[in-house]
Design a protein. Structure first.
Length: 106
């Protein structure tokens, strides 16, 4: 039997607002939703491939546009990021949503 990963639940006034875990426990899956933001920039993405610890992420500036990108544009908009880089990021650079759980830096 697999041991359950620790999930923290943020509750305010008795209402569950979010479930979240540390990046240290993150195991990527295809279709994970990724948010990256830097100084005056941001993009949203979906994990489309995982190869030896490197994630291929289809990116766009607006989340709803991810589902409307034509086939010929997808390769241009796909970036590769190592899982190590995501796990070692700080300051809220990356956020990932997988199965309703947010993965964030500690």
């Amino acid at each position: 039997m697999q041991k359950a990963l620790p999930t923290r639940i943020h509750v305010d006034s008795g209402v569950e607002l979010a479930k979240y875990r540390s990046f240290a426990t993150y195991v990527p899956k295809i279709s994970d939703f990724v948010i990256w933001h830097g100084w005056w920039k941001r993009w949203y993405g979906i994990v489309t491939d995982i190869d030896n610890g490197v994630l291929s992420i289809l990116t766009e500036n607006l989340p709803k546009l991810l589902f409307t990108i034509p086939e010929d544009e997808r390769q241009k908009r796909t970036i590769k990021i190592s899982l190590t880089k995501i796990r070692s990021s700080r300051g809220g650079e990356y956020h990932i949503i997988q199965d309703g759980i947010w993965y964030v830096d500690d």
